[in-house]
Design a protein around this ligand. Structure first.
Ligand code: ASP
Length: 337
């Protein structure tokens, strides 16, 4: 039996970072290691799959850009269309992994497994988590039961969906969680066990596609600008006005509680909507669903983010704005995606 072919796209992150000593867990460097070193460090990979590796970028994911997303998405989509490919793994920094995963989840049109993984500890660290995460990700990408579940995040023996998983801890290896739904699968030894499947849109059920986005970026130079404004005591709308001045077409307001808005900021958000920027009300609470609030907010066309956190609401709003600026249509897309 030939081994399943898994194509690996490396983008950077801690998984290919090195420190000066085995105990250096922060402040390490991205210089020196490449995707080939990663693969060489895990000999068991050659028993799990026939791996073909490509480097997309070599950046810390805190500096991720939508230009890298577009390049990565095109590479993944092309690999997924190949008959000889069973699944795809993307290695990525953990800081913004959830955003890239959700973007890919919304734009790819494949049922083949696409798995993002990374590491919390650099490759040189004592108890580095990257090698096992990579092996688990490759095994998941090669597993028939991982197909049709949208883009997945695999770290620390857990499998979660791109939509639900979020980074919850700055340094712990158990950082990825789905705050409300938890994980959908577990990896125990070599066994991959799925316990649930996502119901929100992905692949064929997603209203977005890479082709349409490529046409948009060719015509406009980039995805629509969407800024996140984080609410706090003494908030006075200055960040909303700055976002508008910078050309934001959308603003995700990470409000308090159920997407609440400081009275000092409310006039700036009303003005933003009046000038044509789409306002999404998300919550800074970290879990739950942000739903309708004051009638004045609904009447102004503010769209509640539902169960998306602010950074994922931003990804979805960027994609929505390539199709429509109508708040009712965007509200419907937020309920679906
Ligand atoms: N700062 C790193 C990154 O996101 C953290 C990590 O990969 O765990 O690229």
């Amino acid at each position: 039996m030939p081994l399943p072919k898994v194509v690996l796209f490396a983008t950077g992150g801690t998984i290919v970072s090195s420190g000066a000593s085995a105990t250096q867990m922060t402040g390490y460097s991205l210089q020196g290691l490449r995707v080939e070193d990663l693969i060489a460090a895990v000999p068991a990979l050659s028993e799990a799959a026939d791996i073909e590796a490509h480097q997309i970028s070599n950046i810390d994911s805190s500096s991720m850009t939508s230009a890298v997303w577009m390049k990565l998405a095109r590479a993944v989509e092309n690999a997924a269309r190949r008959d000889d490919v069973t699944g795809i793994v993307v290695t990525h920094g953990t800081d913004t992994m959830e955003e890239t995963a959700y973007f890919l989840n919304l734009v790819l049109k494949t049922r083949k497994p696409v798995v993002l993984t990374g590491a919390m500890r650099p490759a040189t660290a004592i108890s580095a988590d990257g090698p096992l995460n990579l092996l688990n990700a490759v095994r998941t990408a090669a597993a028939p039961q991982a197909a049709g579940k949208g883009v997945l995040i695999v770290l620390n023996d857990a499998i979660g969906t791109a939509r639900d998983m979020t980074k919850t801890h700055p340094t712990n290896v158990a950082t990825f969680r789905g705050p409300d739904l938890g994980i959908i699968g577990m990896i125990s030894g070599a066994r991959i066990e799925f316990l649930a499947a996502p119901v929100k849109c992905h692949a064929e059920s997603s209203p977005f596609s890479l082709e349409k986005l490529e046409a948009w970026t060719a015509a406009h130079g980039a995805l629509p600008r969407v800024d996140i404004v984080y609410s706090h005591t003494d908030d006075d709308g200055v960040m909303v006005r700055a976002a508008l001045a910078a050309g934001a077409r959308g603003i995700v307001h990470a409000g308090t509680g159920n997407g609440s808005i400081h009275e000092g900021t409310e006039p700036a958000l009303f003005e933003a909507a009046r000038q044509g920027a789409l306002v999404v009300r998300a919550s800074r609470t970290g879990s739950g669903s942000t739903v309708e609030g004051l009638a004045a907010w609904q009447n102004a066309g503010f769209v509640p983010a539902g169960s998306l956190n602010p950074q994922k609401a931003r990804v979805l709003l960027q994609l929505c704005l390539t199709q429509t600026t109508d708040s009712a249509e965007i509200d419907a897309l937020f309920r679906r995606c």
